[in-house]
Design a protein around this ligand. Structure first.
Ligand SMILES: [Cu+2]
Length: 85
């Protein structure tokens, strides 16, 4: 439980940071870290992982706003994730 809160705070910290061009890889790393440490269903893991991959594809294509939106969506899903649901 503590670990989930630590991950949530790390994610919130990143989301509160102003959007910068170089920010996407850090968001993706935070998502990966959360996926590695959280108890999450395989289905949700796959969906959030796919959002992260799409976000990074947009980042690599130069669409940082689109990437940030996609990565923020993935982070929001992690933050509101309820393992018991
Ligand atoms: Cu980017």
């Amino acid at each position: 439980m503590t670990r989930i809160f630590v991950s949530a705070f790390a994610l919130l910290g990143l989301m509160a940071t102003p959007a910068l061009a170089g920010h996407c890889p850090q968001d993706a790393a935070a998502i990966e870290h959360a996926l590695d440490t959280m108890t999450i269903s395989d289905e949700d893991r796959a969906e959030i992982s796919a959002l992260k991959e799409e976000g990074m594809a947009l980042h690599e294509a130069g669409d940082h706003a689109g990437s940030e939106a996609m990565l923020a969506d993935a982070m929001r899903r992690l933050l509101t994730y309820d393992a018991e649901a």
